[in-house]
Ligand binder design. Structure first.
Ligand code: NAD
Length: 432
């Protein structure tokens, strides 16, 4: 089939390459001409394991190309996937829908009658029904098909999703979508066909649940800190209960990135508009617990530096919001690095992949070319993003370059015994 992808960021570029992989002819469009030029040369403008190989394969095969022309998109496509951003509105909790609105309007101007417009962006409930009116005005049909991919596993998650959710208002749209995803459905992926509002809510509710699970264990970490208990042992013991499970029960610096924080805030804002704010009031506390972990990290570092960070040299390991990504949107690591610097410390940051994004958005922080360089002469080391490179690092390697062997493990991911055996003062969130 002939498929287009509107917005070729983390979601759209991956989706475009994956659609080519399952046999479609794909045209991606973005308003960022530089991004389009790089994608056409087979270069992924961000870090995502496995995506460069997939993209290159299909750019070379001719099955995947990119443009900045909506006229071309309208001529080309039978099915148009809308993958543009829905960031938090400045100064508010609500989602900024201007990119979705612009993409829908642009498609309305060019889409052929009978074509299908598929919303994949994460949106507040009620967005699709409005978009459908616009799309139907030119004889096209709308489907809302939220995306659940995880950065770092985006290719795998797109080609082998754990479910496909589609909100539809007509049988034909469902039939076309089943054709689009035929190889994925044939592999046994469950398909949930529902109405627009439920489809929109599945995504938002999933993120609210995941955020709740993370903040739950981080709330327990606060209690552990006050009682002398160990949150990692607590989580381990809880995980054997099948009703609870161990996933997303990892205490640490909390969640960040371009999805969870803004999605729970947008959910709160939309619930307020709908008059059901009490139903999701707990999400305010989920957000607050999450942000308190960042403050606690700064306090713990200060505590280990005799009550003041002024003039202290701090080596920061990690800038991305999570490992295997270069995404720094709402990154807890960079939030902490900035707060520590504001408290008077001299901070040097290293991340395996997120350095250029971090330099661009936080030009006043200092950066190093390696973990060892970031920690040279450091009075304290902060482990803030759990990259494998940091998890497996020999404590003696850093021990040889730091001024004081003090480390705060913000991700509870290092082997405490090993670091202590090398003479480090090791502290972590939620443990003694
Ligand atoms: P992103 O910022 O990386 O990408 C958005 C892209 O859309 C940008 O390249 C931008 O230039 C482009 N764009 C904006 N307006 C456009 C327009 N009118 N026409 C064409 N292109 C336009 O964002 P992202 O992380 O890919 O997220 C996109 C959506 O997917 C969001 O709603 C997000 O919540 C959702 N989502 C993201 C992920 C993820 O892990 N990143 C996972 C699931 C869902």
């Amino acid at each position: 089939m002939k498929v287009t992808v509107i917005g070729t960021g983390y979601l759209g570029a991956t989706h475009a390459a994956a659609m080519a992989e399952i046999g479609h002819d794909v045209l991606g469009i973005d308003i960022d001409a530089d991004k389009v030029a790089r994608l056409n040369q087979g270069h992924v403008p961000f870090f995502e394991p496995g995506l460069p190989e997939l993209l290159q394969r299909h750019v070379v095969s001719g099955r995947l190309r990119f443009t900045t022309s909506f006229a071309e998109v309208g001529d080309f496509g039978d099915v148009h996937f809308v993958c543009v951003g829905t960031p938090q509105r400045a100064g508010e909790n609500a989602a900024d829908l201007r990119y979705v609105d612009a993409a829908i309007e642009a498609l309305v101007g060019v889409a052929r009658p009978g074509s299908i417009v598929v919303g994949k962006s994460t949106v507040p409930a009620g967005t699709a029904v409005k978009a459908a009116t616009r799309v139907e005005s030119v004889g096209a049909e709308l489907v809302w098909n939220p995306e659940f991919l995880r950065e770092g596993f985006a290719v795998q998650d797109t080609l082998h999703p754990d479910r496909i959710v589609m909100g539809v208002s007509a049988d034909r749209a469902e039939k076309v979508m089943r054709e689009v995803y035929e190889p994925i459905i044939a592999a046994g992926t469950p398909v949930i066909v529902t109405d627009f509002a439920t489809a929109e809510l599945v995504k938002v509710a999933a993120n609210a649940f995941l955020a709740t699970k993370i903040s739950f264990i981080n709330a327990m970490a606060e209690v552990c800190e006050a009682t002398g208990a160990d949150v990692t042992e607590l989580a381990h013991a809880l995980s054997y209960d099948e009703r609870i499970g161990g996933k997303f029960l990892h205490a640490g610096l909390g969640f960040g990135g371009g999805c969870l924080p803004k999605d729970i805030r947008a959910f709160i804002a939309r619930a307020e508009e709908l008059g059901v704010d009490q139903a999701v009031m707990f999400l305010k506390e989920i957000d607050a617990i999450n942000l308190r972990r960042r403050a606690r990290m700064v306090d713990l570092a200060r505590e280990l530096c005799d009550g003041s960070l002024a003039g202290v040299r701090v080596g920061v390991l990690g800038a991305a919001f999570k490992p295997n990504s270069d995404d720094i949107r709402d990154s807890p690591a960079l939030d902490v690095a900035v707060a520590i610097q504001r408290a008077g410390a001299a901070v040097r940051v290293y991340d395996p992949e997120a350095m250029s994004n971090a330099r661009r958005d936080f030009p006043t922080l200092a950066y190093a070319e390696s973990a060892v360089d970031a920690c040279r002469d450091a009075d304290i080391v902060l482990h803030l993003t759990e990259w494998a490179e940091f998890r497996t690092m020999a404590p003696e390697r850093l021990g040889a370059v730091v001024r004081h062997r003090k480390i705060v493990d913000g991700r509870n991911a290092l082997d405490a015994e090993r670091w202590r055996a090398e003479g480090w003062l090791y502290r972590a969130l939620g443990r003694q």
